[in-house]
Design a binder for this molecule. Structure first.
Ligand code: MG
Ligand code: MG
Length: 246
């Protein structure tokens, strides 16, 4: 769906709030801090910016951020877990301003991490950048996922299949879905005014996933580390515009 200039303006504002939530939680995430502490940090940003959370109460989700450490891929619930030196942590969150949504995620190192963990974080972010570079008027939807997959698998990692990106606007999850894999040149034609949340989830080992008993937390089936980066991006006449970056 194509958005009007006025809608894009509101989405830009929502994206900025998400970027501020990222900056604040990133600064607070240190050894000894709990994931619930980070949820409070993000709530403070939402309150300060008069924004609503699109995560809180989403199908009953109890927090404004997802916190997914180490082998957890996505959808982890903030709680008493205390971050430790050597962890990697994925934080995913969103915001609503005047009815328009932003959604973004990042993975960070807690203190010093192994070279493999560092590489996984770097490559996952690079795979997102490669996907964003394909968000040009006239390209096809699957060009995005193909670019993501090429970077992730080229580095020896694997791409999660069960969870994907999505269009975004007046709801967080709109059609169509944006997979992080596939052959190029397929799907809808990308047009200026369309907005997508592109979000590679990259595993250091095999791509398989497993849902934990809490009904939310998704972990790698083989116990390997996983990283997640996401931005909300508009396609414009002059190329992709990332809304969830400061
Ligand atoms: Mg997200
Ligand atoms: Mg998303």
């Amino acid at each position: 769906m194509k958005r009007t200039a006025d809608e894009l303006k509101k989405m830009r504002k929502a994206g900025r709030v998400v970027a501020e939530m990222h900056a604040a939680t990133r600064a607070a995430a240190k050894p000894g801090v709990t994931t619930l502490d980070l949820d409070q940090v993000a709530r403070d940003v939402l309150e300060k910016r008069n924004a609503r959370s699109n995560f809180l109460n989403y199908h009953g989700f109890p927090a404004v951020i997802c916190t997914s450490p180490n082998d957890m891929i996505v959808h982890g619930i903030p709680g008493p877990y205390r971050l430790e030196e050597g962890d990697i942590l994925s934080i995913d969150c969103g915001a609503i301003i005047e009815g328009y949504h932003g959604d973004a995620a990042f993975t960070m190192a807690i203190g010093e991490v192994t070279p493999e963990a560092e590489k996984l974080i770097r490559v996952t972010e690079e795979s997102l950048e490669a996907g964003i570079a394909q968000m040009v008027d006239g390209n096809r939807l699957s060009d995005i996922g193909h670019a993501v997959q090429t970077v992730a698998e080229g580095a020896g990692f694997s791409v999660v299949r069960e969870y994907v990106g999505h269009a975004i606007g007046t709801a967080m999850h709109e059609e169509p879905q944006v997979p992080n894999y596939g052959s190029p040149g397929k799907g809808i034609k990308l047009r200026a005014g369309m907005v997508f949340a592109v979000e590679p989830m990259v595993n250091a080992g095999k791509p398989g996933t497993r849902l934990l008993d809490d009904g939310w937390s998704v972990v790698t089936a083989d116990g390997s580390l996983s990283a997640h980066f996401e931005h909300t991006i508009a396609i414009t006449d002059s190329g992709p515009e990332v809304f969830t970056k400061l």
